[in-house]
Design a protein around this ligand. Structure first.
Ligand code: NOJ
Length: 740
């Protein structure tokens, strides 16, 4: 449609029809036999059937056939035949479940991130998605927060920027009509990851400098990459819920960042502003949200039921509604929905493309790059396939390894570690025992109950656990090496999955302790959605491979890495704490006046644990051993228009070829405001042959030295800086330079 035709369409719409465009509902209702919103499963929404056939978009209906059914049903009763938009939570893939976002980030590879985005976009687009609700670029410093698993950049603003941009550009391409392209939604605006004490949905209060320096950059990069949509967050930001925060949406997003796309609330978030204690009632909530600039109300009745009166009372509000509707119609137009309401959904292509053999093979390689080798005492890994292995643990023969957001993927079809290992080692070299469940029944039932699911019953839990432990010990005794597949339940991370205890479940710790007594080497394969507290068990383990929730091809990838067919190369994007009391912990912190790097009494420390993290940001081992040396700067003094070339050598001192992720950090030694002890400014992922030596270069530019100064201007200040290079944020070479 031409721009003029869109405007004509807008003019033809009744006020009710316009408001309908600004409402999003879960679309399953259109798939039921008795489509009645007044009595059906959505009755709490308190919409009328007439309003249902005026909504503008649908949440989480996927599959070409289903999408067609919903669209046809809707259009058959819609006066102006404006097609629905289909928006979906494609977080780590559609049918192919990829590693959860925090794991993807640990690849430190834009190519990996782009390839995952490309396959996710193509699979979901063929299945009818017009809009994906990702990337999630919320900076995450607190491992108690369950949603760190969704954070693509972890605790680092630079990673959030480069990854967020890569995903948006890959999803959207140059033409949204093209097969395989979907509109992208950056979320959650803003600073959702800074929820106090890591408790989901909790208060966020921070200085504007802190916000701009750390939290904003990733959202900004995604917006500058032309993301079509942003989603507001549930939290209050400096006293005002993000969803009705005019400074955030109007001043910052629209005016300062020039965001022209659609702002969607998170699920029911407009309504929640009443509970926050700002909106006095539903009508007031609608007024606050439209005034702030929310275009679409996700899953609440607020816009549907109150915007009309507000428009009748005020021309200004009606104008705002017109602007929002125009944005929504424009997106539908960009997607080509007026010409073809089914978009690129295609039943035939679903059969050939989705879960295709080529993509699954490619996926396995991508997954391998997301694993982080945390410990490898005496080079216990790679495994010697001729040794006798006891594979033990609740994740050893478990298909639930795709994480809590992969709701479209069929986890029952996944291969388990046991199955994958059987294909690679001789039968007589492999023994298996479950050892224990993931959680005790009481614990899992608490979670299932909260999710409204059927709870489990087992009166013999104690006895069965005892037997499982005994069996595990028996097979361990007969083996040379113990491979333990442990971790969090997938329902322990994700939305509303904050935890005050971030250790392994007690029953699993007991399993480690009992097996450790046998004196055999133990390697743990760790499944989890957040940095865990490992300090109490680490000493009892010889190897630890962090695999997060690795997705559909996870098991095959794990086995190839364990057997040394692939060299692990991932590095952490979030620091692991010594224990939960240390959260939030992150590498790019400020110095106190009393840092804990010297002996003394009145220091900024905990008396009972080291001040440093357990595993630092950027950390991850490889089967190769890399040595860094000869750091040189081509200049040590620069003017504002000059750059510094940083060069150094890295040697692979091993017989394994593999990737190393080389990292460059900068510290501004003195500023008008306190500057972080280190900030990541660039990185490269480089492949090394056995014993290869490579010269590596980075460039320091003025932009890397800028920060939000005392007057809240984004500028570099003259003076001394340090540059660090290394394979993680703590083991580095350093040099000084001066900006004159
Ligand atoms: C709530 C979550 O916060 C958000 O990330 C998600 O996209 C929406 N629900 C839709 O399911």
């Amino acid at each position: 449609m031409k721009e003029k035709e869109i405007k004509n369409l807008l003019n033809k719409m009744t006020l009710e029809e316009k408001i309908g465009q600004m409402v999003q509902v879960a679309g399953d209702i259109f798939l039921t036999d008795d489509i009645n919103v007044e009595t059906g499963p959505l009755k709490n929404l308190e919409l009328s059937n007439e309003q249902l056939y005026q909504v503008g978009s649908i949440l989480n209906v996927m599959g070409a056939e289903r999408v067609k059914k919903v669209q046809d049903e809707y259009l058959s009763k819609s006066r102006l035949k404006i097609p629905l938009l289909f928006m979906d939570d494609v977080i780590n893939g559609y049918k192919i479940a990829f590693p959860i976002p925090i794991a993807q980030g640990c690849s430190w590879s834009i190519d990996v991130i782009k390839k995952i985005a490309e396959i996710s976009a193509m699979e979901s687009n063929i299945a009818g998605a017009n809009v994906n609700f990702s990337p999630m670029v919320d900076l995450s410093r607190d491992a108690r927060w369950g949603r760190v698993m969704e954070s693509i950049g972890g605790e680092d603003p630079y990673l959030g920027q480069v990854y967020g941009k890569a995903i948006v550009e890959t999803y959207q391409g140059k033409d949204l009509k093209k097969l395989g392209n979907v509109a992208s939604t950056v979320k959650h605006i803003a600073a959702y990851g800074a929820a106090e004490a890591g408790r989901d949905y909790n208060t966020v209060d921070m200085s504007e400098r802190e916000f701009r320096q750390y939290y904003l950059p990733a959202y900004k990069a995604a917006i500058e990459a032309n993301a079509e949509m942003v989603m507001t967050s549930f939290n209050i930001l400096n006293g005002i819920p993000a969803t009705i925060n005019r400074w955030l949406i109007q001043d910052l997003l629209r005016k300062e960042l020039g965001f022209k796309g659609i702002v969607i609330s998170d699920y029911g978030a407009i309504e929640e502003t009443i509970i926050h204690g700002i909106s006095e009632d539903e009508k007031h909530a609608a007024l606050n949200a439209i005034n702030a600039g929310v275009d679409i109300d996700m899953m609440s009745r607020i816009y549907a039921n109150y915007l009309k009166d507000l428009c009748l009372e005020s021309k200004e509000i009606e104008e705002k509604v017109n602007e929002s509707v125009l944005r929504i119609l424009n997106l539908k137009n960009k997607l080509g929905l007026f010409e073809n309401p089914y978009g690129n959904s295609n039943i035939e292509k679903e059969k050939t493309y989705i879960m295709s053999k080529e993509n699954l093979e490619e996926t396995k390689k991508l997954v391998e790059e997301t694993f982080v080798l945390l410990k490898n005492k005496d080079n216990i890994l790679p495994l010697n396939a001729n040794k006798k292995i006891a594979l033990i643990g609740p994740y050893a023969d478990n298909t639930a390894i795709t994480g809590s957001w992969s709701m479209f993927s069929d986890r029952k079809k996944n291969t388990t570690i046991l199955e994958a290992l059987k294909r690679k080692v001789k039968d007589e070299n492999l023994l298996y025992s479950k050892g224990t469940e993931i959680l005790r029944i009481e614990e899992i039932n608490r979670i299932l109950k909260a999710d409204g699911l059927q709870t489990l019953e087992n009166k013999n839990e104690k006895e069965e656990e005892k037997q499982m432990l005994q069996q595990a010990k028996n097979i361990a005794k007969e083996s040379d090496i113990i491979l333990l597949a442990l971790g969090e339940h997938y329902r322990q991370s994700g939305e509303a999955c904050s935890r005050s205890n971030i250790g392994l479940p007690k029953n699993q710790i007991k399993l480690i302790e009992e097996l450790h007594k046998l004196g055999k080497p133990i390697i743990m394969i760790l499944f989890n959605g957040r940095p865990l507290e490992l300090s109490s068990v680490e000493r009892k383990l010889d190897g630890i491979l962090e695999v997060w929730f690795p997705g559909t091809m996870g098991a095959e990838a794990i086995i190839d890495v364990l057997l040394g067919n692939t060299n692990p190369s991932g590095k952490l994007t979030m620091s692991f704490p010594q224990n939960v009391g240390q959260c939030p912990i992150y590498y790019n912190h400020y110095n106190t006046g009393r840092p804990h790097n010297y002996e003394g009494r009145y220091l900024s420390r905990y008396q009972d644990i080291p001040t440093k993290s357990f595993y630092p940001f950027g950390y991850g081992l490889s089967y190769s051993k890399f040595e860094y040396r000869n750091l040189k700067l081509d200049k040590t003094k620069i003017k504002e228009d000059e750059k510094i070339k940083v060069s150094f050598e890295v040697e692979n001192k091993s017989d394994y070829e593999g990737y190393e992720i080389v990292q460059m950090y900068i510290k501004d030694l003195f500023g008008s405001v306190v500057r972080p002890v280190k900030e990541l400014k660039d990185f490269k992922k480089i492949y090394f042959k056995k014993h290869e030596i490579k010269k590596i270069d980075f460039e320091i530019t003025l932009d890397m030295l800028k920060f939000w100064n005392e007057k809240l201007n984004f500028q570099a200040e003259k003076g001394e800086f340090k540059v660090y290079v290394g394979g993680n944020s703590t083991e580095v070479l350093e040099e000084k330079f001066v900006l004159e």
